[in-house]
Every structure is written in C-alpha cells, then in structure tokens.
Ligand binder design. Structure first.
Ligand SMILES: O=C(O)C(=O)C[C@]1(C(=O)O)C=C[C@@H](O)C=C1
Length: 332
C-alpha cells in the first residue's frame, strides 16, 4: 500500500484529500488537465462545470468532451460482449504488453510500433485504451510520453505498476563469452547499466525489449544478445543466459492508462490528479505555485519540468538577474 493525494479540478477550485492507494490495482486518476494560459484555464473550468451539470452542448464557446467513464466501466475489461482493445508500444513479449494485461486481464493487447501510434489508435477509435510507460524507478521519467500527453487530447484514467525483471537472452548454443554486443530498449539498457558494463558488452538501442529479442532470433545472431523478459525468450525461442540482471532488484515501471473519455472521481476509490501549467518568469514563481499545494496539505507525488517548444532558451542574465526561469513545470 502506498499513500497518494487528490483532488484538483481547477486552480479556482482546489480540494484535497489524503488517500490510500493499493499497488495491485490500476489507480484511477482524473483527467489530464492543461492550464497553459489564463484564457484556456478559464475555458477548462467552464467546460468542466458544464459536463457536471449535464447540460445540452449547444454552446459553441464551450468545449464538448466525450461522455465520462464511470468507475465500473473503468475496471471492466469487457465492453458490449467483446474484449476491450488496449494499445501498447512494442511487439509481443514487451513489458508494455504485460502492463496492458495487468491493467485489463481479459483484454486484447494491440501492439503499436511507436508511442505516438498508440495515442492515435485510441483517438481514431481503433482501440479503447492505451497503456504507456511514464517512469521507471531506476531510469527515471519517460519524457517522450510526457510530451505526447501535451500534444494529444487523451485522458489519464488509471495507472499500473509493473515489476521489471530483465534477462540476458541469446540464441541456443551461444555462450556469454561469445557476445560482444547487446540490443534493447534504452530504458532497459539504462536499468542494467552496471551489469552490462561488468560483462563488457557494447549496447545498441532499439524500439522495445521484445523487438531486440525478435531481431536476435530472426537473424540467428551469434555475437549479439538481447535484454528482454523471460516471456520474450519463450516467444522468440531464445536461451536465458542470465536472469534478474537489472541493477536493483526493485525495478518498477509505472504505466499510465489512457482513454478518450475522462472519468468522474468517486469517493469509493482513491484518485490522483495530474496538472500541467506554465509560469511567467520572475523570482519565486515556482515557489509560489507550489505553495498552493503545500498550504492545503496536498502531497505532490511527482514534479516534472519540460521545455516549452515555441520559446527559445532564455539567457541567464536577462531581466532582473534571475538565473533560473522554469519554462514549464508539470505537477504530477
Ligand atoms: O521495451 C519494452 O519492453 C517496453 O515495454 C518499454 C519499457 C519502457 O519504455 O520503459 C517498459 C518497461 C521497461 O522499463 C523497459 C522498457
């Protein structure tokens, strides 16, 4: 069990509650809110009130949202008698596939070549949900997905944590001393940094761990291994040369569950909220923004800062001599 915090609907209506989150279930979260400017912040607040009142959506000034998911729909892996389709990045045997199946045990896990394709698959109604990695206990944040969350209009409706245990895989008959190179996802290579350095293998990044295993098997490579899961070894017929090669035995990746529809937070489940905002530069702006949470006893579980793409880096000695200008601060 872990402790987390709730609930922020908008900067104008802050509520907080200390809650307990089970690690074993997907944690429901309210929608991914964006407050890039005062104007859009106001729009977001208006549309959220509009949804809650269930009014007819005839007003063009108010953004219309898809119908929100209910908490019971959220955990149902069967919709209308058919299996829920859940997009993940990678090929069969990727950790993301295991995360999708952990989030929705009876789902049809749908492989996507890139993170962006998984976002698009949900937006184009090809699948019902996407399950994508957002941070790892050893490797840190997966920035690509933070940036994609800003570019797409999907909602975070839950999260799932997966213990990641890496294996060193090779073709049958290949010994550890035959290997000079290893392929894997960059995060997986980072999570095994110490072990791979000790063995003395050069590293090459590919799109996902299972793809690395598939490549080694398909091309019958004798000098190249793959860092991937034991299920990838089974699927692609590879031998496990070493198990649990990650640098820390507590290697956990947190995945977000994304949907077209937001969910309405209920009181029966704990809720976590993600907010994105940018700040005008000036002394103490970040301190003041964070004080809003501190003064209401809201426990922040993660803070992430991303560059604003449409603004070049600001010089360190401009304006009032302030050396640090956070371009964008995301509170998760
Ligand atoms: O390559 C995979 O198997 C993935 O699912 C991707 C991914 C990641 O993006 O972090 C997921 C979990 C592990 O941390 C390593 C890689």
């Amino acid at each position: 069990m872990a402790t987390a915090t709730s609930i922020v609907r908008s900067p104008a209506a802050l509520l907080s509650a200390k809650v307990t989150v089970s690690d074993h279930k997907p944690t429901p979260t309210v929608q991914f809110s964006r407050f890039p400017s005062k104007r859009s912040c106001f729009t977001a607040l208006l549309s959220s009130l509009h949804d809650n009142n269930n009014d007819d959506d005839n007003n063009n000034n108010v953004i219309s949202h898809p119908k929100p998911l209910s908490s019971s729909q959220l955990f149902n892996s069967v919709s209308n008698g058919s299996r829920l389709r859940v997009a993940y990045q990678g090929v069969r045997g990727a950790y993301s596939e295991a995360a999708a199946e952990k989030a929705y045990p009876n789902c049809e896990a749908v492989p996507c070549d890139q993170f962006d394709s998984a976002f698009q698959a949900v937006e184009k109604w090809l699948v019902d949900r996407a399950v994508l990695p957002i941070e790892n206990s050893l490797g840190g944040s997966i920035h690509r997905n933070y940036d994609l969350l800003l570019r797409h209009s999907l909602h975070i409706v839950g999260e799932v944590k997966l213990a990641v245990q890496h294996c060193l895989l090779a073709n049958h008959g290949v010994q550890l001393e035959d290997l000079s190179r290893v392929l894997s996802h960059p995060q997986a290579l980072a999570q095994c940094e110490n072990t791979l350095t000790k063995i003395g293998l050069s590293r090459e990044a590919v799109d996902d761990t299972a793809l690395a295993a598939k490549h080694v098997a398909l091309h019958k490579l004798k000098d190249t291994g793959a860092v991937a899961s034991s299920s990838a070894a089974k699927i692609y017929g590879l031998n496990i040369l070493a198990q649990d090669i990650q640098d820390d035995c507590d290697n956990v990746t947190r995945f977000l569950i994304l949907a077209r529809e937001p969910i309405i937070p209920g009181i029966q489940n704990p809720f976590k909220t993600s907010i994105v905002f940018s700040l005008e530069e000036g002394p103490g702006v970040l301190f003041k923004a964070l004080a809003v949470f501190a003064l209401r006893q809201i426990n922040l579980t993660k803070i992430e800062s991303r560059p604003l793409r449409n603004q070049p880096l600001r010089a360190a000695d401009d304006n009032n001599g302030s050396k640090f200008h956070p371009d964008c601060v995301d509170v998760f």
